[in-house]
Design a protein around this ligand. Sequence first.
Ligand code: SAH
Length: 225
Amino acid sequence: MAVSAPTDRFASERSTMVQRQLRSRGIRDERVLAAMERVPRHEFVPAAREAEAYSDHPVNIGEGQTISQPYMVASMLEAARIQPADVVLEIGTGSGYQTALLAELAAEVFSMERFASLADAAQRRLAHLNYANVVIVVSDGSQGLPGAAPFDAIVVAAAAPAVPMALVDQLRDNGRLVVPVGGLDEQVLHQVWKHGDESVDRALYACRFVPLIGRYGFPSDPTWN
Ligand code: SAH
């Protein structure tokens, strides 16, 4: 658990974000709402974009990637049904913002990122905010992290062409995988719930993410980076 100052200069913007963008649009999980009230989102965007940190859209973070819109983050975390004792895998560390939220909600977080530059910046921010229960790994997350499996939940913050079966295999019994699935332009958020040898795949709603690039994602293409 981290200690983040509840009274920083963006505290009231953050409360407004939670109220107007999350609560009023149907986010109900009080633990998710409280975590989003605590984590200083402005510390996860480039300094020049600080003023946009609490607005209702994704923000560019470099390497052609974005920190997801607050509602999207809240909605994914809610769908993953994170419990305090959970061990969680996140694919797509990006800025580290969602990683910080997972660190607030779960016992242990492994987060994977393909760009070392983003992983390093995220690592610095998370250390600065005293999150001690996070391990960041620079590698292709579409293959998961078999050495640390099984996971209670896996959250994928990038779009996959199909549900990556390698990730389903790394879920514990009763584990949840949340992943956007579809084409490069639009996807549907899926929640896959593992029950013994079976899993139940629910399509939730349309969304738009940057591509998951890797073995069980989209093939690498310089124009998408
Ligand atoms: N949740 C992040 C946003 C992530 S954007 C945040 O809060 O800031 C998606 C991230 O997934 C990008 O940083 C991208 O580089 C990363 N990514 C894409 N394919 C990946 C892969 N196969 N393995 C690990 N990371 C990947």
